[in-house]
Design a protein around this ligand. Sequence first.
Ligand code: ZN
Length: 269
Amino acid sequence: MNHNNFILREKNGLKYYTIESFDKYNIKHMFTTRVGGCSKGAYSSLNMGIGIAEDINAVIKNNDRVLEIFNTDKNNLYISKQVHGDNIIAVDNLNNDDYTILREKGVDGLVTDAKNKLLCCYFADCVPLFFLDPSKMVVGVAHAGWRGTVNGIAGKMIDVMKEKYNSNASDILVGIGPSIGPCCFEVKEDVFDVFAKKIQNISEISKQITSDKWLIDLWKVNKILLKEKGVLDRNITISSICTFCNEDLLYSYRRDKGKTGRMAALIRL
Ligand SMILES: [Zn+2]
């Protein structure tokens, strides 16, 4: 039984989650909420997503507020240009010039053993995955939409940590953060079929609700794929917080029909 969880914290008026098992190792990380920023209307208020049709100055101010909590600046920030794929990049040797390149590439997973490099992905329903190997001191973050989830980005992050940093899967801690839950992630047959091809016991991760609609548990799919790679059950923390269900605290792309902000998942050694 895993008693670790995601904890809601508040600092400088910002609300954000941290993972209890990561806190134990003093690894600075967070999953932001919508509380504590200066964006207005549908984007109210801590919209972190650069590149969204919104007041860019407000977004930059929001990012600066978060960077302040990390006691760092944008020169140390590594943002992946997400494309719902499964490309993963180690940012160890990338410098500031590469910051732009990183944003242009299709990358949904970042990993590093370098100190002071702050890894960042954006979310509004997709599944944020946090990684920590406290033995080899490696951190990572990945953006797992339903495509990334079913393409196995969670397991590929483990492969990269094994190959590049000599990590043992049994040492790695994973946090599965706030995202659209099994209560709300409704799909039709086309998407259901993709999951049915990947997951042997499909009834374990889905529930049929009408003749042509299913609910899918993306958290459990990611957990199954991580365990297949050797990550231990007790080292996987699922937040069980649904973005769609928590309008006061979280953005949801589906609930808000696309007109919404983005939360950020950030981690640094
Ligand atoms: Zn829900």
